[in-house]
Design a protein around this ligand. Structure first.
Ligand code: ZN
Length: 201
């Protein structure tokens, strides 16, 4: 009787893992799978449903979710989306492809070859003392640019997308600005909220 019960529980758990991709919701899995490594539609503030997503708080990822193939598909699609030749960006956050999870892809202009890298559960642990104003745009806010005040250096904490180990690094310059912009997205904040002025491109 007990063994039968355990078998049933194991079967239900297996079903749950299969249907939810190791913690991902069925809706997330469907959206991510539909992209199949190609570009995902970028959410924009001029679409009512998208604008609600872009104003939402994102959930952190667990080790199990990051180990799931769903995660690999999501980040591959995010890289494709930010590299769209018709609408290229220097960083992208998961809510910009409709997924309310704490993951960003940032182009590391401070590294040789300026690679796009993946950061899970990124947190700005501290800001440097120096701040400066620079011009920013956003794939989700088409046709506008704004002047935004940002720290010129940050201490970033995150989880490694491969082994989920905690990482920390001091990041400076334009790359630090990109991180501040992308991590804002995970809390439903857009650069236009922080901008001194916003103008048409
Ligand atoms: Zn943005």
């Amino acid at each position: 009787m007990k063994r039968k019960y355990i078998t049933i529980v194991a079967a239900v758990c297996a079903l749950f893992v299969t249907s939810c991709g190791g913690g991902w919701s069925a809706a997330e899995e469907e959206l991510i799978n539909s992209s199949r490594m190609s570009r995902m539609r970028v959410t924009t503030v001029d679409n009512e449903a998208d604008s609600l997503l872009l104003r939402s708080e994102c959930l952190p990822l667990t080790a199990r979710e990051v180990a799931s193939p769903i995660f690999g598909r999501l980040v591959a699609s995010m890289v494709e989306s930010v590299n769209d030749p018709e609408n290229r960006g220097v960083g992208i956050a998961a809510p910009q492809v409709g997924v309310l999870r704490r993951v960003v892809v940032v182009q590391r202009f401070d590294k040789a070859g300026t690679p796009f890298e993946v950061y899970v559960n990124p947190v700005i642990e501290s800001y440097g003392e120096e701040w400066s104003v620079g011009s920013e745009g956003c794939l989700s806010v088409p046709g506008l640019r704004g002047e935004v005040r940002r720290a010129t250096s940050i201490t970033l904490g995150w989880r490694d997308p491969v082994d989920f180990e905690p990482r920390r690094e001091v990041i400076e310059g334009f790359t630090a600005v990109i991180f501040q912009h992308e991590i804002d997205h995970l809390g439903g904040v857009l650069y236009t909220d922080r901008a001194d002025s916003v103008n048409e491109e």
